[in-house]
Design a protein. Structure first.
Ligand code: MN
Ligand code: MN
Length: 263
């Protein structure tokens, strides 16, 4: 069974709130009759014998929520389920990886984002959505972190990249022929702002010059490795136009489900 878990949490978003409203909108788009239920590799993503949608987990506020997210993820993984979480801001990835790292050894993360999210201390909030990958790396939760689509490195974040040995494919060096291979389980963390705002305007931190929807789908399809779970974060419905970002997030959700479930 694969669980899709909505996490309506945006308290650690530094600039704009709104991504807490994302899970409902993405799940609505996922079920919309404007499209059918299949991933491109032929998996029926609405097969209720294999896919369980948990619309939204109930959360407290503040640091307690981080603990609740970790516990809920541990529950699902403990049942032997795969898990894809729908945020919410990117801060949810730290507790989600804490949960996954207890179930999976030698984890890899494939991370799509405009931003490396490696700040040691952003506005005195250790759980900021600008810092989840610093927390993940300093706690040794994964053996390898590969970031794709990055186009906002400053000096501090370059130092963090070197300190943690992060493999960064900056957008300026990206080409569509790149393919990726991993040994051991792979977790996909997909920040919707890794896409160019032309494809996904509904984000809190739009950064022009990004990936196309097809770039991301092709990387997921061609990836060699055992994808076991992931998250889709940072969609902000307040900034969306005609639900186009919700529809894009739902499409990418289907493709990640298809990759995990291997029809
Ligand atoms: Mn981002
Ligand atoms: Mn991010």
């Amino acid at each position: 069974m694969l669980s899709v878990l909505g996490i309506p949490f945006d308290e650690n978003s530094s600039f704009l709130k709104g991504s807490a409203k994302a899970p409902q909108k993405i799940i609505e788009a996922f079920y919309s009759d404007s499209s059918n239920a299949f991933s491109e590799n032929g998996f029926n993503c609405r097969d209720t014998k294999k896919i369980k949608i948990i619309d939204e987990v109930k959360l407290s506020s503040g640091d307690l929520a981080i603990e609740e997210i970790r516990n809920k993820a541990e529950d699902e993984l403990g049942k032997g389920n795969n898990l894809i979480s729908i945020g919410g801001d990117h801060s949810i990835t730290f507790p989600l990886l804490q949960a996954h790292s207890t179930q999976y050894k030698s984890l890899n993360i494939l991370h799509f984002d405009a931003h490396p999210d490696l700040y040691d201390n952003f506005e005195n909030n250790p759980f900021s959505h600008a810092s989840p990958f610093a927390r993940i790396m300093e706690n040794n939760l994964v053996k390898r972190l590969v970031q794709i689509g990055i186009r906002t490195l400053n000096n501090h974040q370059r130092e963090q990249v070197n300190k943690f040995g992060v493999e960064v494919i900056e957008m300026k060096d990206f080409n569509s022929d790149l393919s990726f291979e991993f040994t051991g389980p792979v977790y996909i963390s997909l920040d919707i702002d890794g896409l160019d705002p032309a494809f996904a305007p509904g984000v809190s931190h739009p950064e022009p010059g990004g990936l196309t929807t097809r770039n991301i789908i092709n990387i997921i399809h061609s990836l060699k490795g055992d994808v076991i779970g992931g998250d889709i974060v940072e969609y902000n419905p307040i900034k969306d136009i005609n639900d186009m970002t919700a529809i894009t997030a739902a499409k990418l959700l289907k493709e990640i489900i298809g990759k995990i479930m291997k029809p």
